[in-house]
Design a binder for this molecule. Structure first.
Ligand code: HEM
Length: 351
């Protein structure tokens, strides 16, 4: 007589087209040897952190109230009254910041190893959309707390939108839901933060990983490679094990950081009093310093242009290389990193 487990397996197989063998077969893909080194696997980290964001975000959504008259108070309740609320909020905040750090490191790895070149141009563009969505995710989340600085940060950001040529006024009103940051803005940012942006990340993440699977990961060669040695190893179980270890390490790290440095709650937003020093979150320091240096319209135009060059870099690069008659991607990358770092540090230490 058939065992119960076999009967259940047969029942599922005849109704659901995916079984264990086909999943195992799809996981047999060989991956290049350099992925044994964990720092070449940085792309997996933001994916892990996104899952942490979704889980902790759902927990926070049970208690957060998206209304200017109660938003700040509901965050206070999460931090001080709801059991373990401070911990969940801290995990959410730290993994958001770490997600941005790891995406930036991943972009640097991809850029400086020229892994965006043919046939991976489109995947770079999908990745760039992921970076932009991740940054907007952070910005909308920060605004939801409705602190004085986050309120005025949102005011500056939406004023920036106003400076966009031709469509500026419409764009700013559309984002704010009115002339100033208020109840409609919170509702819009909340919908963006809990529905539109997570869905966009999920869709682009699937596209991104599908493309990585289609083209494979760029093969790189190192001096310590033995001649004639196997150039690839198995995705399952070997690479999955590396990713699992990275994931567990990451979870331990953010749990520890979340406990040691729980987020504070600053002063409540006051739309009638502009603070003496407005500062956005650290990942927008460079844009804010640039804005102070160049003025609203100039900043919008130059940042828009730089953003477009970044998104379409794999298509722009050949034109620039042709202009200079040699490969200038590395010097351009180094100048961009130093420039962004310098503006960020300047803004961080300046009043
Ligand atoms: C939420 C954000 C992101 C996630 C979760 C993610 C995930 C991944 C993963 C898992 C890989 C496989 C190799 C590796 O781990 O390095 C990968 C490769 C790649 N990513 Fe991302 N990525 C993200 C953002 C970006 C961004 C912002 C860019 C560029 C603007 C980008 C461009 C690429 C490219 C071109 C590859 C292929 C690299 C190669 O063939 O070596 N990704 N990504």
């Amino acid at each position: 007589m058939k065992s119960l487990s076999l009967t259940i397996t047969d029942w599922f197989r005849s109704r659901f087209p995916v079984d264990r063998d086909s999943i195992l077969l799809s996981l047999q893909e060989p991956v290049p040897n350099h992925l044994k080194k964990w720092w070449w696997c940085l792309g997996g980290m933001p994916a892990y952190l996104f899952v942490v964001q979704v889980v902790t975000g759902i927990m926070l959504a049970f208690y957060y109230v998206p209304d200017p008259s109660q938003a700040y108070e509901s965050v206070w309740r999460i931090s001080h009254e709801i059991p373990f609320g401070w911990w969940v909020r801290s995990l959410h905040k730290w993994s958001a910041n770490l997600m941005i750090v790891t995406v930036i490191l991943h972009v640097m790895r991809v850029y400086f190893t020229a892994a965006y070149r043919k046939p991976r141009e489109l995947n770079w563009i999908f990745g760039a959309v992921l970076l932009i969505v991740t940054l907007v995710f952070g910005f909308t989340g920060y605004t939801l707390v409705y602190e004085q600085l986050s309120y005025w940060g949102a005011t500056v950001a939406t004023n920036l939108a106003e400076a966009v040529p031709v469509i500026g006024d419409f764009l700013a009103r559309f984002i704010r839901g009115g002339d100033v940051v208020g109840a409609s803005t919170i509702t819009r940012f909340y919908i963006l933060h809990i529905i539109i942006l997570p869905t966009a990340i999920a869709i682009f993440l699937v596209l991104h990983i599908m493309m990585v699977r289609k083209h494979g990961v760029t093969e790189l060669h190192f001096k310590d490679e033995k001649p004639g040695a196997e150039k690839t190893f198995r995705f399952f179980p070997d690479h999955i094990l590396t990713e699992l270890m990275i994931g567990i390490g990451l979870l331990i790290a953010i749990s520890a950081i979340a406990v040691i440095f729980p987020p504070e709650l600053q002063e409540k937003a006051n739309p009638l009093v502009t603070p003496a020093h407005i500062k956005p979150e650290w990942y927008f320091y460079f844009t804010f310093r640039w804005l102070k240096l160049t003025g609203l319209t100039m900043a919008m135009v130059t940042l828009g242009l730089a953003g477009a060059i970044f998104v379409f870099w794999p298509l722009v690069e050949p034109l620039i290389n042709r202009l200079f008659k040699r490969d200038v991607s590395i010097p351009i990358g180094i100048i961009a990193v130093i420039g962004i770092l310098a503006l960020t540090i300047w803004e961080a230490i300046a009043y």
